[in-house]
Design a protein around this ligand. Structure first.
Ligand code: NAG
Ligand code: NAG
Ligand code: NAG
Ligand code: NAG
Length: 404
């Protein structure tokens, strides 16, 4: 039920008027995925999600329930001792993965952390927990409540290519420049690219679109215009005919052609996929082409050539993989300037990525937008599949989303 609460948009804007820090931009990616998902929910689904989220006690001042406010919860708690075990669930790394030279997903030696402790397994697990929901009220912190918060978050992580990269803690250990500022590859993709896109949007997206199904799900945030553009130019535009393929699982590998070797390889792959994938949700099959983007262009080949290959010794601390201390996340201040005296300064040189060949290509091809859209659409698909009350003559078998 997407009820317009009648609040003027400006009143909602007031709550979000502070310029968020760089860390909060990381949250923006997750919130955008959640917002896209919410736009595509069956009308019977959001009230159930609100019951599971115990929304009234999350924010008694916000009259309408939204998924976006809980989308980054999993990142906020991962440093707390009782949630530390969840840190490896935010990513999945093949032991042999080393983009751009080799994208191994997972390759012959399997996953870092083993088969059960990664993003793909976590998505399977949280989906299973939600399938078992008894339909009753949930308290904050109940297994079902937390499974939903994790699931919303993990669909964002699944569509962030560096959360699928086995090299240098998902690019955290690879320092680069963006517009002259020192950052790292992971942070660039987590936030800076999105931030740049939001800053440079055409002005026409500050106006509401003539689609209440979209506008009711926006909350007056700084990224609303970006969501409008992503919907208008992407989901309702150039990707319109692809949406159904995004929510379907490819049929099992073809074994009929290609001889014995291909049969062996496909059995192996099917085996890996079988740990998490079925005909309804297939996080492995969805993630695999996203992992390949790391080899296609996300890890520039120049990183492995002089003079930029000097800093590669910081790689592969798999124990602390992807676990960046808060302090390091904050390396760039809200004005984007590198903080003097912090440990990453000094050496170099570093590769500049705010170039036409890198950031420009990503911008022109709507790479980030497409990933966010796919994350949102797939999240909506699984939530509809789990929770939609359908008419008897409308028993849909797989994942599907509400159109706008
Ligand atoms: C999820 O993982 C937990 C902890 O490993 C396990 O106890 C639980 O049975 C799993 N649930 C599902 C539905 O897979
Ligand atoms: C929220 O949790 C409280 C108990 O902590 C419960 O009494 C209440 O019914 C829950 N609300 C919803 C909307 O589920
Ligand atoms: C906004 O402007 C861009 C061109 O700058 C155009 O392609 C797009 O269709 C416009 N969007 C809407 C909703 O009018
Ligand atoms: C299997 O083969 C058919 C026919 O050659 C092709 O259309 C389909 O895309 C293939 N599927 C996969 C998963 O490769």
């Amino acid at each position: 039920m997407r009820v317009n609460n009648g609040l003027p948009l400006l009143a909602a804007v007031a709550g979000y008027s502070l310029i968020p820090s760089v860390k909060a931009w990381g949250a923006a990616g997750h919130e955008i995925v959640a917002t896209i998902a919410q736009i595509h929910l069956h009308p019977t689904v959001l009230p159930k999600l609100c019951a599971i989220l115990n929304f009234t006690s999350i924010n008694p001042h916000e009259p309408q329930c939204h998924l976006a406010p809980i989308a980054a919860w999993a990142d906020r708690v991962r440093y707390l001792s009782q949630y530390r075990w969840t840190a490896p669930l935010h990513y999945v790394e093949g032991k042999d993965d080393y983009p751009s030279e080799k994208c191994a997903f997972p390759g012959e030696r399997g996953w870092v952390n083993g088969p059960g402790k990664n993003l793909l397994a976590a998505i399977r697990n949280m989906t299973g927990t939600l399938e078992d929901w008894d339909g009753g009220a949930e308290e904050i912190g109940s297994p079902t409540n937390e499974a939903l918060k994790f699931l919303v978050h993990f669909y964002g992580d699944l569509h962030m290519p560096l959360h699928l990269a086995g090299r240098a803690r998902g690019g955290n250990g690879i320092k680069v420049l963006f517009d002259g500022r020192l950052t790292n590859l992971h942070s660039l993709w987590d936030g800076l690219l999105i931030a740049q896109r939001i800053r440079t949007l055409p002005r026409n997206y500050t106006l509401p679109l003539p689609f209440p199904e979209i506008e009711y799900n926006l909350r007056g945030t700084i990224y609303d215009p970006y969501v409008r553009r992503l919907m208008w130019e992407g989901i309702m535009g150039r990707w319109k005919d692809d949406i159904q393929t995004w929510v379907s699982c490819p049929t099992s590998d073809n074994t009929s052609s290609g001889g014995v070797w291909q049969t062996v390889m496909s059995l192996f792959k099917t085996n890996i996929a079988a740990q998490t994938d079925d005909n309804i949700i297939c996080p492995y099959a969805w993630a695999k082409p996203i992992n390949e983007l790391n080899c296609d262009f996300i890890f520039p080949k120049a990183l492995d050539q002089p003079p930029y290959n000097q800093q590669l010794s910081v790689d592969s601390d798999s124990q602390s993989a992807h676990l960046i201390p808060e302090a390091e996340v904050d390396l760039v201040d809200p004005n984007g300037r590198f903080r003097a005296g912090s440990k990453s300064g000094g050496d170099g040189p570093y590769l500049e990525l705010d170039t036409p060949e890198y950031a420009g290509k990503i911008r022109n091809e709507l790479v980030v937008e497409k990933l966010l859209a796919q994350g949102g659409i797939r999240l909506a698909g699984v939530l509809n599949w789990l929770f939609a009350d359908l008419e008897e003559n409308d028993a849909r078998g797989g994942l599907w989303v509400q159109g706008v």
